[in-house]
Design a protein. Structure first.
Length: 119
């Protein structure tokens, strides 16, 4: 499974963006999908996670500003963020526990997309 993360870039404080993690079958509801981020000098941090029951969890630092969703038409899982702050600057990584019938779950990581929030 090859995950393609996209949508990052330079955003002004207070702005918004939409990140996409795409792969064939990724939006299947049996998959667990998460977005993490890794800032320079920091630790990897959970941004959002959606499990196979549709239960969603957000990291404390993005609650109220982030929305994770599945897009079956685009074969993607989206992360939308609003009211961006300089502290949101990081490499955003998608992670999937991908369900394959007969095999169970396998874990995959995308290459990441850089988000920089700056004026």
């Amino acid at each position: 499974v090859q995950l393609q993360a996209s949508g990052g870039g330079l955003v002004q404080p207070g702005g918004s963006l939409s990140l996409s993690c795409s792969a064939s079958g990724i939006a299947d509801s049996r998959n667990h999908v998460a977005w993490y981020r890794h800032a320079p000098g920091g630790m990897r941090e959970l941004v959002a996670h959606i499990d196979n029951h549709g239960i969603i969890k957000y990291g404390d630092s993005v609650k109220g500003r982030a929305t994770i969703s599945r897009d079956n038409a685009k074969n993607a899982v989206l992360l939308q963020m609003t009211n961006l702050k300089p502290a949101d600057t990081a490499l955003y990584l998608c992670n999937v526990d991908f369900y394959t019938p007969g095999l169970g779950y396998g874990t995959y990581w995308g290459q990441g997309t850089q988000v920089t929030v700056s004026s």
